[in-house]
Write a protein that binds this ligand. Structure first.
Ligand code: ADP
Length: 632
């Protein structure tokens, strides 16, 4: 018997030690979190068996007899908790799983204490009821838990042989615990009451001729061996994790390399010069489109150099840009993290060849900190050349139009005067037809003169020497309304002014003429059946002010809208509405000169029209005229 108890106790103690030594803190397996309970059971239960060994070798004592049932009870508790948690983890959510809650302890412990207190031999009763109620349930749950739970799931993709071995070890431990439930939980010490009076260790010995402790020790040895093998699961899991990490790292390395290659390709194929700088303003990378025109031998040469030296950067006023230059866009972006577009500065590069450039600088922000910036630039020499050629030819064209219209008026006036003289000279002799012919000729000359005057007006837009200034848009409107007051009065027009009228950067006369033309048309092209109602308003758009003149007049055929802003383009007959067809062309020229757009909307003839134009917002503040009012 002493050998049996030695092996029996030793097996559980070894199991406890092995678990403590090989336990993995990093594991994600359910088992890892509860193994300490099994180890605790191993230590206490092993101790209990060695108490039996002591009793067999050195003889029993009252103290030992009193301590043993308590140690037995205490040893079963961690196993009970282990089995409960292991089985719960392997069950799907449902009634059975819920029945294995913490409430299970209530009836089990109550049964043990009631059995103990009601018995005349309380220590023996505690031993027997602990085995029946706690030991049996604990070993049963542990056995079921080991058989059901599949720890090899965490090893998906691992070697099949190792997975099989872990699974086999779990099943062996499970079966050993189930057998232990029978030998340790149901074959109890003999007692004169209950099932223990019939099925007990003595009746077993009489029937089988081998003490039940032998079978328990066998179960303990199998449990210890299979748990030792099962613990390999942690090693396999760690290997598996390592493999996944290596795989992930390789994949991210490949992705990084791909991004780097793509980036390099973008840099190599870009026609823009691209240069990266760190937050100290030193070059970190550059592409060939940047270094070639700047006269650097290779894209790598400027790396680490201060950016003003690499660019040979000169500001638009011609001053060379130094490190930490307050006026330099690059320095400003590195300081405040704002993206900037800068035009008309000059890069001299390494070869001292001045190039006017336009560049965009965008900050590189990492975790809220400015880590550097990227500059993309291009040479605008050609653009400047073609812009000035265009400006020259426009100026020549306008000069030509002015000269032609101005100079043509002189001979036209002569034609007109001589026609009048001719009419007077022939007054006695000329018949009705002749007079009609002379009238037609005079009328044509007068019309042509009006057209030349209009053309003169058109060609002089932007050439009157009027400076652009910050002005109150509402004042320009009021002045236009004052000029138009006779026409407004004749037509009994009702004019409503709405919106928050802003300060704008414009030419005063241009603005007055713009409002005058648009509101004058709204009054002129009215319907006969009611006095015109006109609304002039302004609203804020995206970075621009949108001004509108809405009327309820004769409207415009939507198919004709495109040609409305051309010179001499008229949609309505001269017999009904007087005019030269230049007013809207003048409006367009004024608006475009101020960097805005003009367009018209109409739902069709008879349905009124709305003319809109935009002007860029300047830094000037709104003028404060925000009331709605009517001007008679
Ligand atoms: P004009 O008024 O001298 O003919 P404009 O250039 O000012 O020349 O206008 C061109 C044409 O656009 C006009 O002849 C008219 O047919 C049309 N038009 C302009 N404003 C309006 C309006 N408010 N309602 C309807 N038609 C308009």
């Amino acid at each position: 018997m002493d050998i049996i108890y030695l092996v029996y106790g030793l097996s559980f103690l070894v199991m406890g030690v092995v678990i403590v030594v090989r336990h993995e803190d990093d594991s994600r397996l359910e088992l890892a979190g509860i193994l300490w309970l099994l180890a605790t059971f191993g230590f206490i239960h092993g101790l209990h068996e060695w108490m039996d060994l002591w009793r067999v070798v050195r003889g029993g004592s009252p103290a030992l007899a009193a301590a043993q049932p308590v140690v037995l009870l205490v040893s079963y508790l961690p196993l009970f908790e282990f089995g409960r948690r292991l089985t719960r983890a392997s069950l799907p959510d449902g009634r059975v799983r819920r029945s294995l809650g913490i409430g299970l302890y209530g009836p089990v412990l109550a049964g043990v204490f009631a059995g103990t207190l009601l018995s005349e031999q309380p220590m023996l009763a505690m031993d027997i009821w602990s085995r029946y109620l706690i030991g049996f349930t604990a070993t049963l749950l542990t056995g079921i838990g080991f058989c059901w739970s599949d720890h090899s799931r965490a090893l998906a993709g691992g070697a099949a042989r190792e997975i099989r071995r872990v699974r086999l070890a779990a099943h062996a431990a499970g079966i050993a615990f189930l057998a232990y439930a029978l030998f340790g939980g149901l074959i109890v010490p003999a007692a004169p009451w209950g099932p223990a009076a019939i099925v007990n260790q003595d009746s077993w010995l009489a029937a089988v001729h081998l003490p039940v402790q032998f079978f328990r020790a066998l179960c303990a040895a199998v449990v210890a061996a299979s748990v030792t093998v099962l613990l390999e699961v942690f090693h396999l899991e760690a290997m598996q994790r390592l493999r996944t990490e290596v795989f992930e790292r390789r994949r991210s390395e490949i992705e990084q390399r791909l991004i780097a290659v793509r980036l390099q390709l973008v840099l190599d194929t870009s026609a823009e010069g691209i240069i990266g700088v760190d937050n100290g303003g030193r070059v970190t990378f550059a592409n060939r489109a940047a270094t070639d025109p700047l006269g650097w031998r290779s894209a790598d040469t400027p790396r680490g150099m201060p950016i003003p030296d690499v660019l040979g950067h000169h500001l638009s006023n011609g001053r060379p840009c130094s490190d930490n230059d307050e006026e330099c866009g690059i320095h400003s972006t590195l300081a405040d993290g704002k993206t900037r577009r800068v035009a008309n500065e000059t890069f001299l590069g390494n070869n001292a060849m001045a190039r006017p450039v336009e560049y965009v600088i965008a900050p590189l922000v990492i975790d809220g900190e400015i880590a550097g910036a990227v500059i993309a630039f291009h040479d605008i020499t050609d653009r400047i050349r073609s812009e000035s050629a265009l400006a020259r030819s426009n100026a020549e064209l306008e000069q030509f139009a002015y000269a032609v219209s101005h100079d043509l008026r002189q001979p036209l006036r002569m034609v007109h005067s001589y026609l009048q003289l001719l009419e007077r000279h022939l007054a006695e002799t000329i018949d009705e037809d002749g007079r009609g012919f002379i009238d037609f000729a005079s009328d044509g000359a007068a019309r042509m003169d009006r057209m030349l005057v209009a053309l003169l007006e058109y060609s002089r837009v932007g050439h009157t020497g009027e400076p652009m200034a910050v002005l109150d848009s509402r004042e320009a409107l009021e002045e236009a309304l004052w000029f138009l007051s006779p026409a407004i009065g004749d037509a009994a027009a009702e004019i409503t002014v709405a919106g928050d009228w802003p300060s704008i950067h414009a030419g005063q006369n241009d603005m007055v003429r713009l409002f005058q033309n648009l509101i004058g048309n709204a009054v002129k092209y009215r319907l006969d059946d009611h006095p015109p109602r006109i609304v002039v308003s302004v609203a804020a758009g995206r970075g621009e002010w949108v001004f509108s003149v809405r009327d309820d007049g004769i409207g415009i055929d939507p198919t004709q809208i495109d040609r409305l802003f051309r010179v001499f383009s008229r949609l309505h007959g001269r017999d009904r509405y007087d005019g030269s067809g230049v007013g809207l062309a003048v409006c367009r020229k004024i608006v475009e000169r101020h960097g805005g757009r003009i367009w018209v909307e109409s739902e069709g003839e008879g349905k009124g029209s709305v003319f809109h134009f935009t002007l860029p917002m300047s830094d000037a503040t709104p003028s404060g005229h925000d009331e709605e009012g009517a001007t008679p």
